[in-house]
Design a protein around this ligand. Structure first.
Ligand code: ADP
Ligand code: MG
Length: 263
């Protein structure tokens, strides 16, 4: 970014404690257009193993499009994305394999309504032949326990609260044993009293060393849980730094304006 704070928006930007860790995600010059509308106009970002990056920014700034490009739910129009050494734009890359290594959780939970909670979590690992049905069930139960929903294994999604559904969605993403987790406004569709239980699950993942990119409008959470916070506006990274820098010492007028509105 042109006005990046110390800490750096660009490739190789320093993050507290992440110095020697391998690079997990390297994005260079990422562009994405929808027709004439260029939504991402050149994103550079390197995320190291075990790093937690929070992305904040106004609605329409391209945050979701950026995450969707990382998972190849959208095809970028330019630039490169390398995940764990595999170039997603390379001809030889198997997108399905890469996608299995990247879990994604959305604002709306997208659980399959006709399946039980357990079946939702077991579906991808069994369908993709990752493991036997027995193993998948064991792992699903362990994950349900981890998100505090062991007793809901046989429930249908419709009987769950929003917070419970989102915790199931997180367990389902974890069932593929991803190396990276992407969260797109995972708490924005929740009633306020359910936000905390979902943030707690994300916090646990961070403490256990999961590499994560979180798009969030929970500023307090971004500040608490991220190693690095990125401010996007108009399809670019305007400013990036430690959460202390971004929230405590914003440099650009755009970030100052944004924080004045949301804090
Ligand atoms: P954010 O997540 O920061 O709110 P988005 O990435 O959702 O922003 O959207 C950025 C811009 O891209 C918006 O102007 C939006 O209308 C446009 N956009 C997103 N997805 C599509 C799509 N599938 N087709 C056309 N335009 C899109
Ligand atoms: Mg969005």
């Amino acid at each position: 970014g042109q006005t990046s704070a110390p800490g750096g928006a660009g490739a190789g930007g320093a993050t507290k404690g992440a110095g020697e860790r391998p690079e997990k995600i390297v994005v260079e010059g990422l562009r994405k257009s929808f027709g004439d509308n260029e939504v991402l106009t050149g994103i550079d970002l390197t995320v190291k193993e075990r790093e937690v990056v929070a992305i904040i920014g106004p609605s329409g700034s391209g945050k979701s499009t950026f995450l969707r490009c990382l998972n190849r739910l959208e095809d970028p129009t330019g630039g490169s994305i390398v995940i764990d050494g595999a170039d997603l734009s390379g001809r030889k890359v198997k997108i399905d394999e890469v996608r299995q290594r990247i879990g994604m959780v959305f604002q709306h939970f997208n659980l399959f309504p006709h399946m039980t909670v357990l079946e939702n979590i077991m579906l991808a690992p069994t369908q993709l032949g990752k493991c036997s049905a027995n193993e998948a069930e064991q792992r699903a139960r362990t994950l349900l326990d981890r998100v505090g929903l062991a007793e809901k294994a046989d429930a249908k999604p419709a009987s769950l609260s929003g917070g419970q559904k989102q915790r199931v969605a997180i367990a389902r993403a974890l069932a593929m044993e991803p190396e990276v987790m992407l969260f797109d406004e995972a708490t924005s569709a929740l009633d306020p009293e359910m936000v905390g239980e979902v943030l707690q699950v994300i916090r646990d993942l961070a403490e256990n060393g999961m590499t994560m990119i979180l798009v969030t409008h929970e500023m307090g959470f971004a500040r608490e849980v991220s190693n690095r916070t990125i401010f996007m506006d108009g399809g670019v990274i305007v400013e990036a730094g430690t959460p202390e820098e971004i929230f405590g010492d914003p440099q650009s007028e755009r970030l100052k304006d944004f924080l004045a509105k949301v804090l």
